[in-house]
Write a new protein. Structure first.
Length: 166
């Protein structure tokens, strides 16, 4: 037992490394959707500032088409998820809930697998509900891409030496 794990309460320690269920993953997903929405809003405000700076006298706030907002949000969310999963295995929501996304060997996801999982999660969020019927608490995305979401309260990030070779 390491020093960090000894400091955790026993009821928390026993879940370390176990697969996360629907509630933890769902709450983390809501937090991550909020983060993506805030970043998308920030991008919009930056766009408005540029338009204003270009012509303050006749300024009107730009109104993007709904399809543009949805597409930009989806691309931003997928990029955010993929970047977080390849670098630390955690998103902001995962950090808050003590979750980490790993491959079948408990290692960080490589870029392609992380990007594929991110696109699947953004395009098919209902795949998370598969956790309810899968005996191993896997979402549809986990089954297809051979990944897992585990409880991991270790503050140390997974290092490059734990990356999957493929």
């Amino acid at each position: 037992m390491t020093a960090w794990s000894a400091a955790l309460p026993a009821e928390v320690r026993r879940y370390q490394g176990r697969r996360a269920g629907l509630v933890s993953r769902g709450i983390a997903a809501v937090v991550d959707a909020g983060v993506a929405a805030l970043v998308l809003g920030g991008c919009y405000l930056a766009w408005v500032a540029v338009v204003f700076a270009a012509g303050p006298v006749r300024f009107t706030a730009p109104v993007p088409a709904r399809s543009v907002v949805v597409a930009a949000g989806a691309v931003l969310a997928a990029g955010y998820l993929a970047l977080c999963w390849t670098t630390t295995g955690r998103t902001v929501g995962g950090q808050v809930l003590g979750l980490r996304v790993v491959d079948g060997r408990g290692r960080l996801l490589r870029g392609g697998r992380a990007a594929s999982r991110a696109v699947c999660c953004v395009c098919f969020p209902l795949g998370l509900l598969w956790v309810l019927v899968d005996p191993h608490r896997r979402s549809a995305q986990d089954v297809v891409l051979r990944t897992a979401v585990v409880y991991d309260w270790d503050p140390r990030p997974l290092t490059a030496r734990t990356r999957s070779p493929g």
